[in-house]
Design a protein around this ligand. Structure first.
Ligand code: F6R
Length: 263
């Protein structure tokens, strides 16, 4: 795992946007796995700016979102469909037919989940999966105790996640849908690269468990220790509980030095 610690959220965003831009320049039909929530908003804004000012082209990009609430319609102001349109899709030249988001109803959900997995495979697999992390260590909506081999399915959200997401529902915890369709941990692990972003002190404990704790279903993000190409880009506030933070900074500084020397 590569841990990149940046002083601020703005710098975290800049580093993550550059990684995606460089990948997109190399592969115009990049397959992106996308997350919602507060953390990636800056990344989507940065990519939208790159599209507007430098003509970064998303016309061949294919996307698969991690998750969607069950029980609210796609056009609900708090749905992840609406979130993605608002924060990203409407701001770049991506084709609507190339954007995949889990459905928001539980009707025939098992078939839907199978088709979602099959569509990812048909697209050639996810090249870069953008992830956030919950305070309880979840990735996607794979809450603690999720099987580390799980596939796309319906999950019940924990109280901690309902409370964390309540601000998007007018601060009313009861208004947050109790279930979601989410890619499984096993689905996420099949992405060729994972890019996990975390910002703020409230994520520090989850990050320390995910990076330096044991691999356990109690902290689903800890499974990323087994992923061959995961980069975690975190700010100082999210990094403060890491024991080896100086080492991670040294590794990154050395890598940058080699890159600047043309290696
Ligand atoms: C959302 C998702 C979740 C969030 C996590 C952190 O698509 O996959 O795992 O990434 O709940 O959310 P924020 O960024 O709002 O702290």
């Amino acid at each position: 795992m590569e841990i990149i610690v940046q002083p601020t959220y703005a710098q975290l965003v800049a580093v993550s946007a550059e990684i995606i831009r460089d990948a997109l320049l190399k592969k115009p039909n990049l397959v992106l796995g996308l997350a919602t929530g507060s953390t990636p908003i800056g990344l989507y804004e940065a990519l939208a700016r790159m599209h507007k000012t430098d003509g970064l082209d998303f016309s061949e990009v294919i996307t698969f979102n991690l998750d969607e609430y069950v029980g609210i319609p796609p056009n609900h102001p708090c749905s992840y469909h609406t979130f993605m349109e608002m924060h990203f899709f409407n701001a770049v030249n991506i084709r609507p037919e190339n954007c995949h988001i889990p459905q928001s109803t539980a009707v025939a959900h098992e078939e839907f989940c199978e088709r979602y997995e099959a569509a990812i495979v048909d697209a050639g697999g996810i090249d870069i999966q953008v992830l956030g992390i919950g305070k309880d260590g979840h990735i996607g909506f794979n809450e603690p105790s999720s099987s580390l081999g799980s596939r796309t399915r319906i999950k019940t959200l924990t109280q901690s996640t309902l409370e964390a997401n309540a601000p998007h529902f007018g601060g009313v915890v009861d208004a947050v849908p109790k279930m979601a369709i989410t890619m499984g941990v096993g689905t996420i692990m099949e992405a060729k690269q994972c890019l996990l972003l975390a910002s703020g002190e409230s994520k520090a404990e989850a990050i320390s468990h995910a990076v330096e704790g044991p691999i356990t279903a109690e902290v689903p993000a800890s499974v990323l220790q087994m992923h061959p190409r995961t980069i975690m880009i975190i700010d100082e506030a999210a990094a403060w509980q890491l024991k080896r933070v100086d080492y991670y900074k040294q590794v990154y500084a050395n890598k940058q030095k080699l890159l600047s020397q043309g290696h």
